[in-house]
Design a protein. Structure first.
Length: 160
C-alpha cells in the first residue's frame, strides 16, 4: 500500500500519517445513541434495543487524499481481526446507498448487504479466534507501534 504522505513530485501538502482504531462491544445504551446520530445525519437506520454482546459495528471515514491507497481495506481487515480475537461474531457496517466505495469494501469482505430507505447495512461474520489470529494481531500491532516510533524519530531529527 502506498502512503499518501510519501514524498511525490509536487505533493508536499499530504496529511500526516495518523490513525486511531477504537473497538468496544455494544452496550444496551448504545442503541438509542446510534439511532439518534443516524437521524441527525439523515440516515434512517433502526437499531434494535436488544444488543448482543457478540456483535459490534465498524465505522470509519477515509479522507480524500487517502482514498484508493488501500487504507479502507487495511482498516477493515484490522478491525475484523481485532473483533475476531475478542469474541465478536457479527460485525455491522452502515453507509448511504450512494457510497460505492464502502459498499465495494464490504463486498470485498463478503458482507451480506441489506438495502433500506437510502442506506445499506452490511454484516460480516467473523471466524472463531485461533492462536494464529491472535499472533497476527500481535505482529500487526507491534509493527504499527514500531512504525509510529520511527516516524516520530524521523520528524524529530529533521532539520528545522
Amino acid at each position: 500500500m502506498s502512503r499518501p504522505d510519501a514524498p511525490r513530485a509536487g505533493r508536499d501538502d499530504a496529511p500526516p500519517a495518523t490513525a486511531t482504531l477504537t473497538l468496544r462491544r455494544f452496550v444496551p445504551g448504545d442503541a438509542a445513541k446510534v439511532f439518534a446520530m443516524s437521524r441527525e445525519d439523515g440516515i434512517r437506520t433502526w437499531i434494535p434495543d436488544q444488543v448482543y454482546a457478540d456483535e459490534a459495528e465498524a465505522a470509519f471515514s477515509i479522507e480524500t487524499p487517502w482514498q484508493s491507497h488501500g487504507v479502507g481495506t487495511a482498516l477493515l481487515e484490522r478491525t475484523l481481526l481485532a473483533a475476531r480475537n475478542r469474541g465478536i461474531k457479527l460485525m455491522h457496517m452502515a453507509c448511504l446507498v450512494n457510497n460505492r466505495r464502502m459498499i465495494d469494501l464490504a463486498k470485498k469482505f463478503e458482507a451480506e448487504l441489506k438495502f433500506d430507505f437510502g442506506s445499506v447495512i452490511g454484516e460480516v461474520e467473523a471466524a472463531h479466534p485461533t492462536p494464529m489470529s491472535v499472533l497476527r494481531e500481535f505482529v500487526a500491532d507491534t509493527h504499527g507501534f514500531a512504525t509510529a516510533m520511527l516516524d516520530v524519530q524521523a520528524k524529530m531529527l529533521r532539520p528545522a
